[in-house]
Design a protein around this ligand. Sequence first.
Ligand code: DAH
Length: 341
Amino acid sequence: MINKINGLLQEIQALKANSAEEVEKIRIKYLSKKGEISQLMNDFRNVPAEQKRELGQMLNQLKSAATERLAQLKESLASQAESSKSEIDLTRTATPMPFGTRHPLSIVKNEIFEIFGAMGFTIAEGPEIEDDWHVFSSLNFPPDHPARDMQDTFFISRSAGDILLRTHTSSVQTRTMERQRPPIRIICPGRVYRNEAISARAHCFFHQVEGLYIDRNVSFADLKQCLLYFAREMFGPDTKIRLRPSYFPFTEPSAEMDISCHICGGKGCAFCKGTGWVEILGCGMVDPNVLEACGIDSKEFSGYAFGMGIERITNLKYRVKDLRLFSENDVRFLHEFDAAR
Ligand code: DAH
């Protein structure tokens, strides 16, 4: 009997099972009422009294070894099943990724690029941290011009050649003219800064696109035609433009351009305050002083320039009532432009 018990012990330790059915077969073979171990328990009755103690212990050990082995087999089957479950299922369709959307200012900026790009303008950029020369002096601002005032300009350092945050992208005009000879035909997009209290109608930063064309024999008529083309592409083929005399230090003559109100078609409404016109940009012929400041002969070359606010154009196109929405990045606002992307 001792041999039988030892033989079974070895057998049990070596048992393997690949399925729940196999585990059940093992249980039946060893541990069921008619199983091998139960048979031994029956035989135990006939064991002489002096061997009962030793054999009884061995039988108990055999039974618990078999029970334990069975539990181990069950557990390893379960964990195999679990780990095969957590494997990546490559047959599943991917979870759709939500698309981001373009910012409304980027949408309008790209549209401006396309319109002027078609007329041969290329993009030029310059730094946001600028010096007095490029933002003011080279652009013919007199030393006491109010734009230089602390109330308008964020100064970074007021030492010789003031360092400041640019208040307009006209600074890129002179930066380009300093390093490039005519013909020059550029648009300059970028962020500008002004020291203003933040409200629905004003912000301490906003975005502009500047335009500059310098060549021989450039006239005011060229400027007007270029801007008419832009207005019609941007606001529709029926758009009219009107130029009102104005003043900028860097252009002479200077003008402000209005477009016919695209909401009422020029009849007059609340949006255009009953006038039928809305202002969209400033422009003019580059002042000879500016050309000379950049080393361009003003007798040989002439040119025009214009500057517009991207927020302004976006407001006109999409009627955004509060400027602050552009920089708050509220996705509910941004998603309103999904279709325009
Ligand atoms: N720099 C002007 C501004 O910030 C806009 C402007 C007006 C730019 C007339 C020009 C221009 O180039 O000719 O208000």
